[in-house]
Design a protein around this ligand. Structure first.
Ligand SMILES: O=P(O)(O)OC[C@H]1O[C@H](O)[C@H](O)[C@@H](O)[C@@H]1O
Length: 186
């Protein structure tokens, strides 16, 4: 056997930044999120290039058995009364689960499976199991960037269409200094 020692890629736990040469980064701007936020007038008033969230992914071959790891950095902010959030999705391969770990900031993970919704608090060190067949979205209710590590199957895929047109059926709105969930399809 030949044995070698090597330095792995790293994740700075405080900032949520990967230290890796092969990182793939993608920023979602307000202009890419047409129809997502309730207040369409406020959305239209925001410059289309306003960054809402960036995802940094450690790539892996898209094949059975492989895993992807990514950190979502969701900026703080609101469109109208509604907090910034990710688009949210189901997996194309619905049976594939996922884990999130909160790294920085404070917010919520919205889970929806059939008629059941769950809001889990996200904070540094929070651990979230996203079961199979469950739509998921991050919401930043805090004043700083919300960063969360995700680990999921490389074959899971993203299905954004299945949530249209009803969406998650829940909106998280500013309420005084805090937040309030408004259920729309009770
Ligand atoms: O794909 P979105 O709903 O916009 O969420 C942004 C990203 O968040 C996490 O990192 C997920 O696990 C990724 O798979 C997802 O792409």
């Amino acid at each position: 056997m030949k044995l070698k020692t090597r330095l792995p890629r790293q994740l700075d736990l405080a900032s949520g930044q990967f230290i890796a040469a092969d990182l793939h980064e993608h920023t979602t701007t307000a202009g890419m999120l047409a129809g997502l936020f309730e207040d369409q007038t406020a959305w239209a008033a925001l410059p289309a290039d306003t960054p809402i969230y960036t995802v940094a992914i450690l790539p892996a071959p898209q094949q059975e058995g492989e895993l992807l790891a990514g950190v979502t950095h969701l900026h703080p902010g609101r469109i109208g009364r509604e907090f910034y959030m990710t688009r949210g999705h189901l997996h194309q391969r619905r049976e594939q689960a996922e884990y999130y770990v909160g790294l920085r900031g404070h917010g919520l993970l919205l889970l929806r499976q059939a008629g059941e919704g769950v809001l889990e608090h996200v904070f540094p060190g929070s651990v979230h199991h996203i079961p199979p067949f469950t739509a998921h979205r991050l919401i930043n209710t805090g004043s700083g960037t919300l960063s969360a590590l995700a680990v999921w199957s490389a074959i899971a895929g993203h299905d954004y269409q299945a949530l249209q047109p009803q969406g998650f059926g829940v909106r998280v709105m500013a309420d005084g200094d805090g937040w309030r969930a408004e259920v729309q399809d009770a």
